[in-house]
Write a protein that binds this ligand. Structure first.
Ligand code: FAD
Length: 294
């Protein structure tokens, strides 16, 4: 289909982008930021969105790149999935981001789609929001009023709805670099390679002397936002890692993962019913912890 008509603006600086977006916000115009266009353009074509103008961030190199800042890695919002994957800093310092990004779509989408776009779009079926939630990332946002930071736990508000206010641009994400002792895994169940997650699990596990000391689990596609599996995180603390992933009669890790779907409200769609997704959440969380805690 052909999108409804819209104006197109390509600012030459972040200040100009904030000014355009600020003016649109105060006059109540529905203006959308355009990044890689991989999610927004299909919505326009299907006429599920019909903004009066698009503000294309494509000429703002300051929003691009990966920077190691010691206790965290800063990923510019406009950094493409492909650039994230090619970054040695990402692979070494924040491997969970690399593991999840490698499962996003196909090379063509990964060359256009951006890290910030995936977050701002706030699709609970996207692989990266669950990672941001599990790692307690911090979102850095700019508007004409200045800069503010939003913790991941407050950023994903509802289905396709983030905490970004009209007039605000996501400029980047601070991803905490968890230290030695942590292991990571992203487990994604999808119908075909390169497809969206039916359910996904992002796991970070800290172990010491064969015991799980701390775990952080983010679930993909188990509700209207990504969800943190807090019940599993609590139940798994102090459990012997030797048992993780075992198929023996008594597996305390599996017992802990029985609560993986607690507090979730998984969707029903062409691919799966809620009960099946709940089952997947339990099985995939068990698997993810087994690999991350190895
Ligand atoms: P856009 O489409 O340009 O924008 C998306 C939304 O975010 C818009 O509302 C826009 O206004 C807003 N936005 C973007 N950047 C900013 C910013 N800096 N500040 C404020 N608002 C902003 N994703 C997965 O996670 N897993 C998959 O398996 C997967 N499969 C896909 C398969 C296909 C065929 C396609 C087309 C997409 C797939 N995606 C998948 C989505 C892909 O990851 C997109 O990159 C992502 O959803 C949006 O990024 P974008 O840069 O294209 O954003």
């Amino acid at each position: 289909m052909i999108p409804a008509p819209f104006d197109y603006v390509r600012p030459a600086s972040l200040d100009e982008a904030c000014q355009v977006l600020g003016e649109a916000a105060s006059s109540g115009d529905d203006v959308k930021v355009l990044a890689g266009g991989q999610s927004l353009l299909p919505l326009l074509r299907l006429r599920l969105a019909y903004p009066s103008a698009l503000v294309d961030l494509g000429r703002l190199p300051e929003l691009r790149g990966v920077e190691d800042r010691g206790d965290h890695v800063f990923i510019g919002a406009l950094t493409t999935h492909d650039e994230v994957l090619r970054s040695g800093v990402v692979r070494e310092r924040i491997p969970l981001v690399a593991l999840a990004t490698a499962t996003v779509a196909d090379p063509a989408v990964r060359h256009r789609g951006t890290f910030g776009g995936s977050m701002a779009h706030a699709d609970p079926a996207g692989d990266l929001p669950a990672v941001a939630l599990a790692l307690d990332c911090v979102f850095v946002v700019r508007s004409g009023e200045g800069e503010r930071e939003i913790p991941a736990a407050e950023f994903f508000v509802d289905y396709l709805e983030s905490a970004l206010e009209p007039g605000e641009v996501l400029i980047g994400v601070k991803v905490p670099a968890l230290g030695p002792g942590w292991g990571f895994h992203y487990e994604k169940f999808h119908r075909t390679a390169q497809a969206w997650a039916i359910v996904g699990v992002a796991a970070a596990v800290r172990r010491s002397n064969g015991t799980i000391e701390e775990a952080r689990i983010g679930l993909t596609n188990m509700g209207s936002t990504p969800v943190r599996a807090r019940a599993v995180e609590a139940a798994i603390r102090g459990v012997s890692i030797a048992a993780a992933g075992s198929n023996g009669a008594h597996d305390p890790v599996r017992d802990a993962c029985a609560g993986a779907d607690e507090g979730t409200s998984p969707p029903s769609d062409l691919h799966a019913q809620p009960d099946y997704r709940r089952h997947l959440a339990r099985v995939l969380t068990h698997r993810a912890i087994g690999v991350a805690g190895r």
